[in-house]
Write a protein that binds this ligand. Sequence first.
Ligand SMILES: NC(=O)c1ccc[n+]([C@@H]2O[C@H](COP(=O)([O-])OP(=O)(O)OC[C@H]3O[C@@H](n4cnc5c(N)ncnc54)[C@H](OP(=O)(O)O)[C@@H]3O)[C@@H](O)[C@H]2O)c1
Length: 319
Amino acid sequence: MKLALIGYGNVGRALARLLRQKRRQFPFKITGIHTLRHGTAIDPRGLAEDPPMGPRAASIEAFLDAAQAQIAVELTTLNPSTGEPAIAHIRAAFARGMHVVTANKGPVAHCYAELREEAARAGVKFRFESAVMDGAPIFNLWRHTMPGVNVLGFTGALNSTSKIVIETMERGGSFEDGLAEARRLGITEADGTFDIEGWDSAAKTAALANVLMDARTTPQEVSTRGIARLTPERVQELKSKGKAVRLISRGKRTASRLSLRVRAEVLDRADILACTPGTSNIILFHTDLMGTFGTISLDPQVEQTAYGVFSDLVSLLLP
Ligand SMILES: NC(=O)c1ccc[n+]([C@@H]2O[C@H](COP(=O)([O-])OP(=O)(O)OC[C@H]3O[C@@H](n4cnc5c(N)ncnc54)[C@H](OP(=O)(O)O)[C@@H]3O)[C@@H](O)[C@H]2O)c1
């Protein structure tokens, strides 16, 4: 299977390394790489490792036509307020009969139902495991292993940057020290305020609700407050009382409506939602038949995001 990569930053490069590592067992071939400022590389026979980049293709359509791939892998920067231009990239791929795999939560958060239906009409598949919690199984868990179970709600600590900032302040550092540490770890969105003001969590909350609860919502409809007003003094005072602050996403269906919110919540330090350290994430699903259960990912790195994309690619090979 030939792949056209749209975006070649942290995740794109980690994916290329993983594909090289597994090439004997899974012979995927990258035939095109398209970026914003670094240009475009294309060879329908397969690109070499870290190929030289030429001039940028005139349009996404021109790039996809030239790459002659069966799968478009959308790995561009998150735009939480519109999901663009990733949505347009995905539609251009569907229009060419290409499957799409993405780690970008914007499209799933903004128009999952439409994209799912457009993919079905085009006879192609649309996969996005890494959009929430990197490669830890969430969407594919539901797709493959939970027949008959309805999701009534979910609770998650899904944003690593806010946790790094809070833990830095607990140790006596400043808010800015925490943000710098998150940047150093390469886990912050290109615009760090998306993490701090809760937009990253709101996009993940909308994506989860759209896929697992057929919500047809957007990040703007998630009631969101980030951690921007937290101070080291407040965080340390709470710590001395056995408490911890975490940015928590909650989704819940009541008889009349779906409630979606993101808040910096004060939790007991022993609360399972407060127990995942560093960049670790946790989600709990509240269901009708399986009670509450969840997924934890301990200290995921960009390699785990790349694995989520890889697992989606492999799933496209399955009947
Ligand atoms: N990093 C993680 O651990 C992680 C985890 C889960 C999900 N994600 C998601 O994965 C996606 C990629 O993340 P990343 O960390 O790899 O981002 P990144 O390092 O900032 O790379 C983004 C890439 O997209 C390219 N790009 C941006 N706008 C474009 C456009 N309009 N057309 C073509 N290319 C465009 C950039 O081009 P230039 O190189 O020319 O700037 C760059 O190559 C994001 O949506 C992010 O939310 C990331």
